[in-house]
Design a protein around this ligand. Structure first.
Ligand code: N01
Length: 535
């Protein structure tokens, strides 16, 4: 498909799991591809987020590629929830096994992507000054790769170290003997706080919003369970793809009220003890649609917090009351609440006393000064839309993606954007993305994109873009499905609430993996209904 002007077939931005599989898949179709990656190596989110305690919260045996049975068979995970280091080793193994690095330029952040209508090609530039043209542009830039770094007054005056969970130093950074402050209590903060507390002389946790977190109960993988899965790994993959979250199904009843009070309590307790992906809210199908069902789960967890945390004031601050459980991303932890019983840990409730400023040696709230040697920001991301905006994407007629998305992201199936021909977004806004097992979602996306490109080759088409009406119908569908749940009730990054000025819009498709994949297949089966294909 390489054109007469030396352009290649596809540029793939990002060498995380999305980019790696896209490179592999398109290459195996005989296409010419080029990958660009800002980091030094593959891994994407698992490259950058190497903070202490970073771990996957999907079971390892499911959080892996399923496209090659030999790969499934040869890779062995050591723990139920793999550490960041182990997931990164897996990514590197995949890169090595399929010789992906040969096609990727590392340390090359993409800073411009412009559609040229006459040439029917994307021109992509990097900060290194290189410019490449390709028929297709695949943004495998991840949902959570553009950091949110709060601009605290006086931060530049801080004389200690400033660290970010999403760009943790790669060399060993010794926190022993240090006074450390962690700002942020989302998944990254909640995973890192117990580990940092074990090292630091003193840890101060600055919490703005109390979050629900559940015990991961990480452990070695049970040998008999692994053997059972390995006996038919592909069958297991097919089975998990029938489940909403594309991982092992844990729902035991449609409604929390299908069980008696005692049975429900016992079910919550059992799940609390066993741990596992999704935790207590996944036990009942109505946990995220029925306020009463949700409140049962929330009440159970609030009681657990009060049983674990000794100090009544800390208990109250740590108890989430302002959002239904799991409407902000549920966290899985190891000893998070118990960490606040340690003598070297202080909790600062920013709802009561906000941070006013930072000085040379301390963080100052409205009521106290906290002397620190290190500040850790675990303050999240400009999720889903941020990574695309950062690439300065300009589509037909020079329209910038931020103009097209001024009222919130609009996509067709989370995969394509009207006005941006031949652009594909892997796990983009409007797709299930973080609501499901991401690697499974990635494979489905890439396979769908590859099939569409193949269809274009066969039919002599060179340009594809979604019809505006089809895109609007999908945007409405994503909204309708979200509005039938409790998700919109929380202030969360799902809604864009964490970034000042970002339009409020629920950005993920929460109808589940099977419904989404089926819809994608319907579109393809109907000759790519909703897409404008031309030569
Ligand atoms: O980010 P977050 P994250 N002053 O946005 C606070 C995935 N992930 O990196 O809630 C003070 O969840 C903010 O407070 P509030 C997963 O999808 C997965 O932790 O906005 N505080 C919040 O407490 C996850 O959802 C894994 O009031 C400020 C925190 O910072 C997503 O990544 C592990 C502040 C940010 O929480 C993001 O998680 C890690 C300010 N100015 C991440 N600004 C696993 O697989 C923000 N905050 C396990």
């Amino acid at each position: 498909m390489t054109g007469q002007d030396n352009r290649i077939d596809a540029i793939i931005v990002g060498a995380g799991f999305g980019g790696m599989y896209a490179i592999h898949r398109l290459r195996s179709m005989g296409l010419t591809v080029r990958g660009f990656e800002a980091a030094e190596d593959v891994g994407g989110t698992w490259w950058w987020n190497c903070y202490p305690g970073a771990r996957c919260d999907v079971e390892s045996l499911d959080y892996c590629y399923g496209f090659d049975e030999a790969l499934l068979d040869e890779w062995h995970w050591s723990e139920r929830f793999a550490t960041q280091a182990e997931v990164l080793r897996y990514a590197m193994h995949v890169a090595e096994r399929y010789r992906l690095r040969d096609h990727i330029t590392f340390n090359a952040r993409v800073d411009g992507c412009t559609w040229d209508e006459d040439a029917q090609a994307w021109t992509v530039s990097t900060e290194l000054g290189e410019t490449v043209r390709a028929r297709f542009l695949i943004a495998a830039t991840g949902c959570l790769s553009k950091p949110n770094r709060p601009d605290l007054h006086g931060l530049d005056d801080f004389a200690g170290d400033i660290l970010f969970t999403q760009a943790w130093p790669r060399e060993v950074f010794d926190l022993s003997g240090k006074r450390v402050g962690v700002i942020g209590t989302g998944s990254s903060g909640i995973q890192s706080i117990p580990v940092i507390a074990q090292k630091a002389a003193h840890l101060t946790v600055f919490q703005r919003t109390a979050n629900f977190t559940l015990p991961a109960v990480n452990r070695p993988i049970f040998a008999d369970y692994e053997a059972e899965i390995r006996a038919d790994y592909l069958g297991h993959r097919r089975e998990i793809l029938q489940n909403k979250a594309a991982t092992v199904k844990q729902t035991i009843a449609e409604s929390a009220f299908d069980l008696s009070d005692d049975e429900r309590e016992a079910a919550y307790e059992d799940k609390w003890q066993r741990g596992g992906a999704g935790g207590i809210p996944v036990l009942f199908a109505d946990s995220l649609t029925s306020p009463a069902s949700n409140e049962e789960a929330a009440r159970f967890v609030r009681r657990k917090i009060s049983e674990i945390v000794d100090d009544p004031e800390a208990t109250e601050s740590l108890t989430p009351r302002d959002h239904p459980i799991a409407t902000k991303r549920i966290c899985l932890d190891t000893d998070y609440y118990a960490t606040f019983n340690r003598p070297n840990v202080t909790l600062v409730d920013l709802k009561k006393t906000p941070i006013e400023r930072v000085s040379e040696g301390a963080v100052h709230t409205a009521s106290a000064d906290y002397p620190l040697d290190v500040i850790v920001f675990a303050t999240g991301f400009d999720a889903m839309t941020g990574p695309l905006r950062a690439m300065n994407v300009r589509g037909a007629d020079g329209m910038k993606i931020e103009q097209a998305w001024a009222d919130g992201p609009r996509t067709f199936l989370g995969l394509m954007v009207a006005g941006f021909p031949n652009l594909f977004t892997i796990t983009g806004p409007g797709s299930p993305s973080v609501m499901v097992n991401m690697i499974a979602a990635i494979e489905q996306h890439v396979n769908w994109i590859a099939a569409l490109i193949d269809h274009m080759r066969e039919t002599g088409k060179t340009r594809v873009e979604p019809q505006a009406a089809a895109q609007e119908a999908w945007v409405d569908e994503v909204r309708r499905v979200a509005d039938a749940t409790l998700f919109p009730l929380a202030n969360s990054w799902y809604n864009g609430d964490n970034i000042a000025g970002k339009p409020r819009m629920f950005m993920a498709y929460v109808g589940g993996y099977p419904a989404y994949a089926e819809r994608c297949e319907e579109v393809a089966g109907a000759g790519y209904a909703g897409l404008e294909l031309s030569a």
